[in-house]
Structures are given as C-alpha cells and as structure tokens.
Design a protein around this ligand. Sequence first.
Ligand code: HPA
Length: 266
Amino acid sequence: MNKTIEYINEKTGNFIPEIGIILGSGLGEFADEHKTIAIPYNEIPNFEASHVQGHKGLLVFAQIQGKNVVMMQGRYHFYEGYSMQTVTYPVKVMKKLGVKTLIITNAAGAVNPEFTPGDLMFITDHINFMGTNPLIGKNDDTLGTRFPDMSEIYSKELINKAVQTAESLNIKYQKGIYAATTGPSYETPAEINMYKILGASAVGMSTAPEAIVANYAGMKVLGISCLTNYAAGVSQTPLNHQEVIETADKVKENFKNLLFNLINVI
Ligand code: HPA
C-alpha cells in the first residue's frame, strides 16, 4: 500500500481527492472530459490491468466544480478472475489518499418490470450474491473493524441529494435494491425471478464488494446503476454485452450531467 500511495503522490504532486468515482461499463467518458492527470493501472504498484470492453483502466485525477476528484475509468471485476482483494484494492487506495465520499456506478439489468432500460437507479441497498466477502482475511485495523455494520451502506443523505439533483435537471431516476452476482454469464429467468421475490430491482456483476469495503473504511457511498437492459425473462429478448454498452452510451449525457451537478452539492 505504501508503494502505491507514494507512486500516486509522486505523479499527482500530492493531490488530495475528497470524492472518488468508479465509472462503470460505458460510463467512462466522464473522466475523459475532466482529465487532468491519468495514470494507467498497469503502471501503479500493486494494481493490475483491466481488460473488459468499454473499460480503460486509468486512475484519473481532476478538479471538478472546485472539488478534488479521483476517478477509476474501468474497474476490476471478480468474473475476470481477480481476487476480491484486487477488486477492492483501489477503494482502499482512495481512502488512504483522502477520499471521504465514493460514488460507485455500474451498468445493471432491470429486474423490476416497471423500470425501463435507460433509467438511472439510485441504489438504496444491495444483496451480495457473490458467495464471498471482500473483507475475508486478516483485518486491517487502520481501515476498519473486524465486524463492520452494514445497515446503511448507501448514504440516505447522498440519495436525497442525488434525487434533488436529478429532479432539478429533469432526469428520470428510480430507487431500488441491487443484487450482485459474480457473472460472467447473465442470469437465468428463474434466477431473476428469485432476485425479484427477494426484493431486488436491479442485477449486476460489480459494486457490492467496493461498497462493502468503502463503508467498512468509513466512506459515504452513493451507488448509481444505469439500467441497460431488462434482466433475463423480464423481456423475451436474449441479452448481450453490446446492448449494455449501447444503452449506457445513450444515457451517458444524462449520467454525466447528473454526476457533474452532484459533485457540486456533496
Ligand atoms: N445482469 C447482470 N449484469 C448486468 C446486466 C444483467 O442483466 N446488465 C448489465 N450488467
């Protein structure tokens, strides 16, 4: 960890970010528009390269609306074969750099049939169906406690701010519970029906590990899902990654606008 922080501080001239943003599939353009310093993951000690389509693998630093921000353009997914430690390492790095608020974004399938692909959903809570937990292993007492409370991972205060911002910009939004799966296969209709019965509104392959670690480390978390498709069985059409990227692409103007204005109020 020390090597990572030293390297980043050297590259940024000891830039202290207060807001962290993880940009999900197809949503990375926000970082392009505000890029000041960009460090490829594969140059950072203890980071690994990320390869999924639509993901760049850059740690981007910028001042936006007068706030110091660090952004992950692309993330590590569990389904790529990375350990939970690798998946959540950047969140710990952000914490050590000074981040107090983490905005986690993703592309997700709509489980709730009343939601529409293209909607943004503020995550109120999650169900971790990944079958593991990123905090398994020796606890790092400098980051958090062994048995951290998870009763409000996603800050109600931040959700309210996101709602107000979306309303002021006339951007359609939903609120709901995110079910996290490992992927990489999409779910079966029976699985989606199960998630629905359990109370989930959206399903995706990321976010929960990062949110658990951020909450554990005392950061305030806001989760935003870009609903890119109906989950399996909600509509009859087969799913594909291209559709996910295309819908995210259509939503990106709203998404960027929301994010830019949110930074001003958090
Ligand atoms: N399921 C899981 N992950 C996803 C989906 C989905 O339908 N869409 C985008 N990411």
